[in-house]
Design a protein around this ligand. Structure first.
Ligand code: AHR
Length: 327
C-alpha cells in the first residue's frame, strides 16, 4: 500500500538501512557493557593467623574497592582443603582471575589443572607453590623468604660475635616461609660454627602457639643454655616474650630475639627493649596484585616472579620508625 502524501509522517527507510541501524545499536551496547563490566577476581586467603596476615587482607580488600574490582574473598582458616574448595567455587562462578596465597607448598597440581582447563589465569601472592608445570600460574608476587632467613641469621651473628645457642620457633609446617626461612638461616649458621640451634618446634605462625612452645622450651632441663631465639614471624616472637616474662626471663637481654615481618607490635616491643631485631616482610601487596590482574587480562606479558622491597630494623631504629609503620 502506498502512503498518501497528506498523511505521510516520515519516509520508511530502505530495509538495508534498518539493518545497519540495528547492528550499530547492538554493537555499541556490547562495547559499552564490555567497558563497564567489572573485573571479577576470586581471592583465597590463608586465614587470619597473624598481624601480618590481617594487614595483607586489608591491603587486598582496600585496593580492590579503590579500583572498582569485584573481589570474591574466601578465608580458608589455614586449611588447604578449604582453599581447594574456594578455587573450585571460583571456577564455577567464572571469575576473570584467580589469586591465592597457598597455605602449604605442595598438593596444588590437580586443582590448578582444573583452573587452567577453565581458561582462568592464576596469580600467586605471598607464598609460592611447588609444581612441576610452571604454566599453571602466570606470576608470583611475594617476598624472598630464604633471604629473610639469611638476614635474621646475619644480624644474630653480628650481634653475638658468632656465638649463640638458639631456640627456633618455626612457622606452619610445609609452608613456603617456614621451609625457606629455615633454609636461609641455616645457610648462614653453616658458616658460623659457634652458632647452633638446640631447640626447634612449630608455633604455626600464631602468638598463642608461640607462647605455648616457648613455655615448653623454658621448662626443659637445658633451658638455661639458650641465649637467642629465632622466630619465623613477629607474632610468635611476641607470644614468646610473654612466656619469657612469666618465667622470669628478660626478653631482649637474657635471650636475644630476632623475628620476621616488621609489624607494629614488633616495633613497640623493640622500643621497649624486649625484641632485638625484626626483618621486614611487606604484606602491602594489594596494588601489585591488581596491577598484575589488569595486565594479564590486557594480555600483557608479566615476569614469572616479582619480589617485594624489604629492610632490616633493630632496637636503635624502633622509636624513629614507629610513626612510619603502615601495618
Ligand atoms: O607468608 C607470610 C607469613 O605468613 C608471615 O611471616 C606470617 O606472619 C604469616 O602468617
Amino acid at each position: 500500500m502506498k502512503n498518501h502524501p497528506a498523511t505521510k509522517l516520515f519516509d520508511v527507510p530502505h530495509p538495508h538501512t534498518f539493518l545497519v541501524i540495528v547492528l550499530g545499536l547492538v554493537l555499541s551496547t556490547a562495547v559499552c557493557s564490555a567497558a563497564d563490566k567489572k573485573i571479577v577476581v576470586g581471592f583465597s586467603q590463608i586465614g587470619a593467623e597473624s598481624g601480618w596476615r590481617t594487614a595483607n587482607t586489608d591491603s587486598i580488600k582496600s585496593e580492590a574497592a579503590k579500583r572498582g574490582i569485584d573481589l570474591k574473598f574466601a578465608d580458608a582458616q589455614q586449611k588447604q582443603e578449604n582453599q581447594i574448595k574456594a578455587l573450585r567455587s571460583f571456577i564455577a562462578q567464572e571469575v576473570d582471575v584467580i589469586a591465592f596465597s597457598p597455605v602449604v607448598e605442595t598438593g596444588w597440581e590437580p586443582v590448578l589443572k582444573e583452573v587452567k582447563k577453565a581458561g582462568i589465569p592464576v596469580i600467586l601472592t605471598d607464598r609460592a607453590v611447588d609444581v612441576s608445570d610452571k604454566s599453571l600460574f602466570v606470576t608470583f608476587i611475594g617476598s624472598d623468604f630464604v633471604e629473610e632467613g639469611r638476614r635474621a641469621a646475619n644480624w644474630l651473628a653480628k650481634a653475638t660475635g658468632g656465638k649463640a645457642v638458639i631456640a627456633e620457633l618455626v612457622g606452619t609446617p610445609g609452608s613456603a616461609p617456614a621451609i625457606d626461612r629455615k633454609k636461609g638461616f641455616e645457610e648462614v649458621l653453616a658458616k658460623n660454627p659457634g652458632m647452633k640451634i638446640v631447640k626447634s618446634q612449630s608455633g604455626d605462625f600464631t602468638r598463642a602457639k608461640g607462647k605455648e612452645v616457648m613455655e615448653s622450651f623454658l621448662k626443659s632441663p637445658d633451658a638455661k643454655q639458650i641465649t637467642a631465639l629465632f622466630a619465623h614471624n613477629d607474632d610468635m616472637a611476641l607470644g614468646a616474650i610473654q612466656a619469657m616474662e612469666e618465667a622470669g626471663v628478660q626478653p631482649g637481654k637474657d635471650i636475644l630475639i630476632v623475628s620476621i615481618d616488621g609489624v607494629r607490635g614488633a616495633f613497640e616491643a623493640m622500643a621497649a627493649g624486649k625484641l632485638n631485631c625484626t626483618v621486614e616482610c611487606n604484606p602491602l601487596i594489594g596494588p601489585q596484585l591488581f596491577d598484575a590482574a589488569e595486565a594479564v587480562l590486557a594480555k600483557k606479558a608479566l615476569p614469572k616472579r616479582t619480589a617485594v622491597q624489604e629492610g632490616v630494623y633493630e632496637q636503635s631504629q624502633a622509636a624513629a620508625e614507629l610513626p612510619n609503620r603502615k601495618y
